[in-house]
Design a protein around this ligand. Sequence first.
Ligand code: SAH
Ligand code: SF4
Length: 387
Amino acid sequence: MTGGSTLVNLLDFDLDGLAAWCEGLGEKRFRAVQLFRWIHQKGAADFAQMSDLAKSLRDKLSGAAELRGLQVISEQRSADGTVKWLFDVGGGNAVESVFIPEDDRGTLCISSQAGCAVGCRFCSTGHQGFSRNLTTGEIVAQLWFAEHRLRAAANSQERQIDNVVMMGMGEPLQNYAALVPALTIMLDDHGYGLSRRRVTVSTSGVVPMIDRLREDCPAALAVSLHAPDDALRDQLVPLNRKYPLAELLATCRRYLDAAPRDFITFEYCMLDGVNDAPEQAQELVRLVSGQSAASRGVGRVPCKLNLIPFNPFPASGLKRSPRERVIAFAKVLQDAGIVTTIRKTRGDDIAAACGQLAGEVQDRTNARERLARRRETIPIAVAGDAA
Ligand code: SAH
Ligand code: SF4
């Protein structure tokens, strides 16, 4: 979608950035506010729609800027209401966003990178390798598109997305410069007006960037733990070799000083015979209570545990833990007083779960052909929930 355009993409700007850019056009800040609201609150896709802006300004805008969204490759709707979009980000790369409706709220899961450099064993994005960072505009475009698409489908002007989780493709804290303005737009009352508690950054543990996020934009934090000790975590999440558990937990404790919630969410992907034994649950209790070798110097980290059933893909060579084993693992944690949830699998029929980009992801050298194939056979799935 880059296409050599010289026009500025206004989706790249948070309100301060837009105000500075408007100033360059000789326009006052309140014009930037109007423009920002047209874009994000009303979902205007071109300047001609912006009826309360002077015609002369609209002409000036069309000559210098554009609203460059993402090209949709496919839209799939699950029997349970989950919607998955696959977006083309150019160069043979695609990213996904998933909307998960619940009784009391709607959650959108969005991507921060095409591919990911962290290379976790159990993640299909990790197996794909890293292609590139998304721009702020490309991160925000996922929300911009989904929110207004869902409003149109519901024939409503009401907010459809109350919750954003950065749990799609990519490691958000390895794309920090683009992430922070994107979060700012989501939180801005003139933008999406989302509560800080309802915008969650999920990270595999980029320690220095967690500290920066605490300073710059302390959204809710989810940390992908997946193992109770360094030896196993080194294997599953290679970044652990750089930032081991003691450092990660100490950073999580510090984050709580600024966090919008008084706990950290730890994600733990349940892998059959790898990290799901009751003894490992006990070790996990010791870890977050400040009683294990890795956490003795850190102390207790107030947290919630979110156990994620592994979504298998062939290249991983791993299997999902049996349900009883997940329940037994959860019980050890709950008996120790740790609030623990088991994530419901949603949208199984459209491969909408975490780390499942479009099913059969191979290596990214094939991405171009894969995209071409997919454009020809966009599957609209409706099978029942297989979970
Ligand atoms: N890079 C960030 C955010 C994207 S991954 C992170 O790792 O936190 C979002 C979540 O999906 C993470 O908790 C990740 O561990 C989990 N995940 C990745 N692949 C998965 C799979 N195949 N099955 C279940 N969860 C998976
Ligand atoms: Fe990257 Fe997160 Fe997947 Fe690990 S789990 S490879 S950090 S997207």
